[in-house]
Design a protein around this ligand. Sequence first.
Ligand code: SF4
Length: 464
Amino acid sequence: GMNTIQTQETIKKDLDYKAQVACIGPAGENLVRFSSIIAGRRAFGRGGAGSVMGSKKLKAIAVSGGERPPENEKLAEAIKEAREALKNALSQEWNLITLFSKYGTNAAMPALNEKGMLSTRNHQEGVFEGVNKISAEYFGKHLFVKNVACFACPVACGRFSVVKSGPYAGTETEGPEYETIYALGSNCGVDNAEAIARADQLCDEYGMDTLSTGVAVSFAMECFERGIISKKDTSGLELRFGNHEAMVKLVEMIAKREGIGDILAEGTRRASEKLNKGSEVFAMQVKGMEFAAWMPEAMKGIACTFATSNRGACHKRAIIGDEFSGRVDPLAYEGKGKLTKEIQDKVNAIFTLVGCRFSEFTYPFEIYPKLLNAATGMNFSEEEFVLVGERIWNMERVFSGFTRKDDVLPERCYTHPIPSGPLAGTLVDREKFERMLDEYYEARGWDKEGRPTEAKLRELSILT
Ligand code: SF4
């Protein structure tokens, strides 16, 4: 029953105040399907790993120790090179990393809104009228206290924030970051930054993924507005878009599995199966994982990434930067299958080093195998390093048994064009999407049904 902050403090007090603790909160104990693992105030957020720990009755893992690894000149040199690349990026005014350092990951929200790409009211629209009240500028002016960094990172994109007055006074959070502000903000029609910060804090303390939580709330709001559920189902909550009090309350109900929170704690796919009445059309999830803050209608690379990602509607291995900046036409389908395959393999490989996703915006790619080789004494070329990512992707695909029938977006993306703003009328064209999938499977060396072929599995030494 202890929340994640109390858990960490208690273990550190008992064990060693320098210990590092990864733990779950009440949401993980209650097997909320999108519960997360929390370390400090950072979350291993998506995919429900918290409920895996909860199912094993594993509350926390703590490590402590004082020995340093042996001196390694090659590694020191590679780290120096990586840090130089970061410093160089940070010295440029219009680099994404500089913006993250100055304003946090929410830096681009108004620009996204201007382009009509800010997912709003459960993904029904791409423009949010309240964007200026939840922008980085607003948070910076009213809530921001100081930058926070992961260990030794000079970017420090985290933003320790405190609500100083009003109904949410006393709220403290290491964020909220962009994806959280979308999920609990524009996507719920909420333009109250302080309420978003409170919901973010609750998610961290209960140990829940802010994205899936926000999308579960927005799904329930749409169900309420469409009359699929009523006040008698919501314990009296007036669950309309924009009602920030109801949003904050529902976050707690999900974590505790109280009332309708119990249904939503199962995720939107299962919740829509239970509530029925056509709600599956707007359960914004793929393979059971809720949407991250990007619109497949507005960026076809995101359509391909969300559909094919092994863990569902995940944005971590996508060509977002290229599509957002216009380096690649965001509305084009052709070529996106191949580009998606390439970024998935590359980022997958980087994640084996527990590398930050944002590092890929600045590091020359050769730095990763260099770091790996220096640290381990192995001898990976760039191509061999990328193959590690490809091998993982194929292993996951075989293990999960996913095929073409699983690589689908929610019906809303194909049938409900964006209603207003610069992208009015845009949707995902089903035929073109299927052709993009064909291109993706071909680039992967999979068959037409999206199954890894025997030849591909042998090439990757998965089959011998
Ligand atoms: S490691 Fe990544 S997430 Fe952490 S502070 Fe640095 S840039 Fe931000």
